[in-house]
Design a protein around this ligand. Structure first.
Ligand code: AKG
Ligand code: FE2
Length: 210
């Protein structure tokens, strides 16, 4: 097993990313893509303004609330099926549409929808999964922006004994592509000592029906 950890440093959007060429995948990481004050301001604004939902998923035949709150937002055709439920997007909040456009320009990659996850504290989490729903296409590019409390993010190869752990601090941007969803899984583990909220935004692209 190989566990690699990177700590954040003072890079910004002008700096080249930290790049991890993993077996069967690529991860790029900008520790300070947004500066600290802007990240904090955006966190507070989105926490207050958005219509946060605690979705329920079916587990062993019973509806169970997921351990975080979510918003699904994007272009009207971006209907998304996740853990057996169908999500119709909320219309764009202007600041988020602007961020999607900024990321599209920055990464030279279209984004037309975003899943927002709000973790009230370190008890809230997300289990092992891949963002490999068919709507996202064959090899999706997922751009993950984090605001608020720093949390650990784990990746593991599906078939080989490889793991990667990253600390995702406020304002950091993580980009997963080149096989990451096909060959790896990721999760946000519980961290019971974390008392503050974290908001994560994963920008995605869903092709319009032809
Ligand atoms: O909160 C995170 O960093 C992970 C979010 C995630 O994996 C997802 O939205 O699919
Ligand atoms: Fe994910």
């Amino acid at each position: 097993m190989c566990i690699l950890t990177r700590q954040t440093d003072s890079d910004n959007q002008q700096s080249p990313p930290q790049q991890f060429n993993l077996p069967d995948a690529r991860i790029r990481f900008w520790p300070n893509w947004l500066d600290e004050a802007l990240a904090q301001q955006l966190l507070e604004q989105l926490q207050q303004q958005l219509n946060w939902q605690q979705e329920r998923i079916m587990m062993f035949g019973k509806p169970v609330p997921i351990p975080r709150r979510q918003v699904w937002m994007g272009d009207a055709h971006c209907v998304y099926t996740y853990s057996g439920s169908r999500f119709v997007p909320q219309p764009w909040q202007p600041r988020l549409q602007q961020l999607a456009a900024q990321l599209s320009e920055f990464l030279q990659q279209p984004f037309n929808c975003v899943l927002l996850n709000l973790y009230a504290d370190g008890q809230q989490h997300m289990g092992w999964h891949a963002d490999n729903e068919p709507e996202l296409g064959h090899d999706p590019v997922i751009a993950s922006l984090s605001l608020g409390a720093s949390r650990r993010f784990d990746l593991k190869h599906r078939r080989q004994d490889w793991q990667l752990q990253l600390a995702l601090g406020s304002g950091s941007l993580l980009v997963m592509d080149n096989g990451c969803q096909q060959h790896w899984l990721h999760r946000l583990p519980k961290q019971t000592k974390v008392n503050n909220a974290r908001l994560n935004l994963t920008f995605r692209y869903i092709a319009a029906p032809s």
